[in-house]
Design a protein around this ligand. Structure first.
Ligand code: E4P
Length: 215
């Protein structure tokens, strides 16, 4: 399973990129709204650094508006993936983008049928939202597994991005349930490093080193 970072913050992207673990970036209007830099400028900064998929979401709700916005976004860099919401108009736009060779990420997926519709419209990626399903007492991980099984049985090449990740265990479980990618907030990427035995081990190695006989 590949790892994307779910943020529009340049410092976070730079730091995660420097770890060598990043395969892409996702943004959404809420994440972009936290930043002070204009959206297109920020996308230019991100795509200058990250050569793999960078998702940028459209704001329009009608297909015509989404297509216009998406084409503008796609002009910014060849690795822009246009993110569209899971609606009939969204899928109309996906079908047009697919014919034009523009990659798409269908967002706000909460059911297997929505994922199937998006894939059949030609989506490059679908983003089921684990955390938001868990929040309302559903099982986000079961949804990932169901979508992964359907795509495998029917030879569907659309990639599954486990989104709305809330904690490190979501990532391990999403990988086991067949997600191709997890898009992870910076805080949770950091949490993935943590293990008390690693800290303890480093401490012990350094303490032993200090006691060495040959100086
Ligand atoms: C996915 O692409 C979304 O940006 C994101 O994962 C949403 O997560 P949230 O539920 O924490 O807002």
């Amino acid at each position: 399973m590949k790892l994307f970072i779910d943020t529009a913050n340049m410092e976070e992207i730079k730091e995660a990129h420097s770890w060598g673990i990043l395969s892409g970036v996702t943004t959404n209007p809420s994440l972009v709204a936290k930043e002070t830099v204009p959206f297109h400028d920020r996308l230019r900064e991100i795509t200058d650094l990250v050569s793999e998929s960078v998702s940028a979401e459209v704001i329009s709700l009608d297909a015509e508006g989404m297509i216009k916005e998406g084409r503008e976004l796609a002009k910014i860099a060849p690795n822009i993936t246009v993110k569209v919401p899971m609606t009939p108009d969204g899928l109309k736009a996906v079908a047009v983008f697919a014919k034009e060779g523009i990659k798409t990420n269908v967002t706000l997926i909460f059911s297997a049928n929505q994922a199937l519709l998006a894939a059949r419209a030609g989506a490059s990626y679908v983003s089921p939202f684990l955390g938001r399903l868990d929040d309302i007492g559903h099982n986000g991980l079961d949804l990932i597994e169901t979508i992964a099984s359907i795509f495998a049985i029917h030879g569907i090449e659309t990639e599954i991005i486990a989104a709305s990740i809330r904690h490190p265990q979501h990532i391990t479980d999403a990988a086991l349930r067949g997600a191709h990618i997890a898009t992870v907030p910076f805080k949770v990427l950091n949490q993935m490093f943590n293990h008390p035995l690693t800290d303890k081990g480093i401490e012990a190695f350094l303490a032993d080193w200090e006691k060495r006989q040959v100086k």
